[in-house]
Design a protein around this ligand. Sequence first.
Ligand SMILES: *Cc1c(COP(=O)(O)O)cnc(C)c1O
Length: 399
Amino acid sequence: MADKEMMERAEHVLYKTYNRFPVVFDHGKGVRLYDTEGQEYLDFGAGIAVMGLGYGDEEYTQAVKEQLDKLTHISNLFYNAPSVRAGEKLLAASGMDKVFFTNSGTEAVEGALKIARRYYYNKTHGNAPAGEIIAMNRSFHGRSLGALSVTGNAHYREPFAPLIPGIRFADFNDLDSVKARINENTCAIIMEPIQGEGGVYPATEEFIKGVRELCDAHDLLLILDEIQCGMGRSGEMFAWQHYGVKPDVMTVAKALGNGLPVGAFLACGKAASAMIPGDHGTTYGGNPLVGAGAEAVLDIFERRRIVEHVREMGAYLWEKLEELMASSETVCGHRGMGLIQGLEFTVPAGPIVSKALLEERLVLISAGEKVIRFVPPLVIEKADVDEMVKRLGRVLEHI
Ligand SMILES: *Cc1c(COP(=O)(O)O)cnc(C)c1O
């Protein structure tokens, strides 16, 4: 079997930091994936919330191919037009003032943390103890050492200690717990508007507004990590737009490039000028190829009204998951917004995800121990939701 041989080869060469499912994917179209044996799968994971436009979108592919033929990389010592146009669209969609393109989510978070440190350094003229940052328990911000330092999962952090100092963890959706961690050295608060990896927990309006007010009162930068919940997934272009708050710094990645590795941090107001030439850089970041990809994604979002489609499909998915919850004894919670929703189970989610994949050819991903996260391509239709619920329903009958 070709698949089996490839998996064995993979285990020989790839550094073992993942326990992979026994599937080798070969190609995709829309919300369907095909393995090397030609078997079709329905995908409600989108490569971890990345493939917003689904697989093989013709317009997107065409735009990237054209750029591939023209110029892929030139470095940030020079200008390139695709990234400028992508940046303009990101600023227009967010109301932020400046953007910096990165190669990944974790790098976008690193940049955001550097803005916070730099802002505090400018303010105190370097004459104060290190600036402290408040982060949230159960959060996820990435795997590089800085992003890991603000990730609220001790299990991920512990083996790599000591991480960057001055990070205090508060409880998400508990304003008093945030308040209690502010002191005269605090410089920023970082959080996801909807915690993704931690189990799909949206911020309450009271909490996120309260955090914004605390930041204003104490001159702290509010950093919102939109890497997973941004780019239309929540039913607004950026999840914070549901709440009537605005961050000083925000991060995006995942769906921004529809599979090309591109992220960004954006800043506004005082945060937009905290770093100066020489403070930060990247060799690949924002090269013309990924710029063309992001530009195509943002164009298509506008022209095809993707965010409105997410609202409609999100409401439909909500309804169907509510029905599933009512009919299954193992489902005990349902949370989320738009096309980032989670079902909480009374049993571990891992075996359900595995059964769905191998027996029903349904791609789902877990979040935390007992939550299944639904983050499909944003272009799903009602029939895909119906099909997903049918397949998942059959899996749950035998759990
Ligand atoms: C995925 C994710 C990251 C890290 O992004 P990478 O591209 O994997 O480095 C950071 N923050 C959030 C909220 C994420 O979901």
